[in-house]
Design a binder for this molecule. Sequence first.
Ligand SMILES: [Zn+2]
Length: 202
Amino acid sequence: MQCNTFYNPIMLVSKFLLVVLCCCYLFCPCLTCEGDAKFPFDNQIEEINATIPNIFLCRMCGLSQDDGGSFLDTASPFSLSVRNETIVYEQKATKVVKTVPVQKLKNPAGNVFYVVTLKNSSCKGVGKWVSDSTWFPGYSWKACVCNKCGRHLGWMFEVNSAVKGSLPTQPTKTGFYALIRDYILTESVAQTLTYVPKIFRE
Ligand SMILES: [Zn+2]
């Protein structure tokens, strides 16, 4: 018995795929654009970066670190290298362009971190103050974590004479923070994201 080609499942699937391919070719810009065409939203992203405030956020949960642009040039004598990063943010309706040093440091375990030093942050200190193996002589340190998601974001430092026990969870006026650059992002960059990459959704 001859099979009716209209109802033949293979023919139906073939016709459906043909229609889909035709639609994709006609309406999908990815198949018709030039191979080296620029990402169409590049200009918008550059405009956003230039106009909105830059405030560091936890890369994991987005919590503002309340740094208020309190960048410090606190150089460690143990820096392996320093790179300058241009940060643009808005302060009292005025655009501020700041060059921020990012230091490359290594801990005794051999782990390398790129850190920015800040006077203020909501990063919460945990554990006891440690005076050994400090990147900043004269200062004790303790790890600090995001106040919301608990991710380790860096360390806070306190001048040795001000260290008393384990508390507080924030340094005094003599202290500061060193946050890991890879674990924080600026608010302007966050505004350009619509999807959290899988590696940050652990
Ligand atoms: Zn967080």
